[in-house]
Design a protein around this ligand. Structure first.
Ligand SMILES: [Cu+2]
Length: 156
């Protein structure tokens, strides 16, 4: 066996073992969150506004109506803040466990926000504090507790 054949054999074994590793950890899902002017929860909403996903899953933020974004408000330490920058469709991958609070910047005063739970709720105290701070800025009385209600109903 010459050197080249040996090397390519070793390489193909490495590639094959990586493929097996990836598939045994595989099936990361992509979930869709729509940014809407009107949804089942009322005006200016993310739908669904609460999502529980697995570590490594992604969320595709889709702009069903124009003029919305999704921007991190609070997230687990070590995670990278996201901002969909008013793009029609943005995929965000979640690689750190915990709760993420995000908002639509122009409609935050109308309580346009959402929560994503990635596996566990290890940072729930920080998120509760961030929701309180967020709701202090909500100007519409009818949706003042929309996000704290969402948290209470869903986060376990
Ligand atoms: Cu919005």
């Amino acid at each position: 066996m010459n050197k080249f054949v040996k090397l390519s054999l070793i390489l193909s074994v490495i590639i094959a073992s990586q493929a097996i590793f990836a598939s045994s950890h595989g099936d990361h899902k992509t979930h869709v969150v729509q940014m809407k002017n009107m949804g089942t929860l009322g005006a200016m909403v993310f739908e669904p506004s609460f999502l529980k996903i697995n570590l490594g899953d992604s969320v595709l933020f889709e702009m069903a109506d124009a003029g919305h974004n999704a921007v991190t408000v609070a997230a687990p330490s070590g995670s990278k803040p996201f901002d969909t920058r008013y793009e029609p469709s943005t995929k965000v991958t979640f690689d750190v466990k915990g709760l993420y609070l995000y908002k639509c910047a122009p409609h935050a005063m109308m309580a346009m926000a959402g929560i994503i739970q990635v596996a566990d709720a290890n940072n729930s105290q920080e998120i509760i504090a961030a929701i309180q701070k967020f709701e202090d800025t909500v100007m519409m009385p009818n949706v003042k507790t929309r996000i704290s209600d969402l948290f209470k109903e869903n986060v376990k």
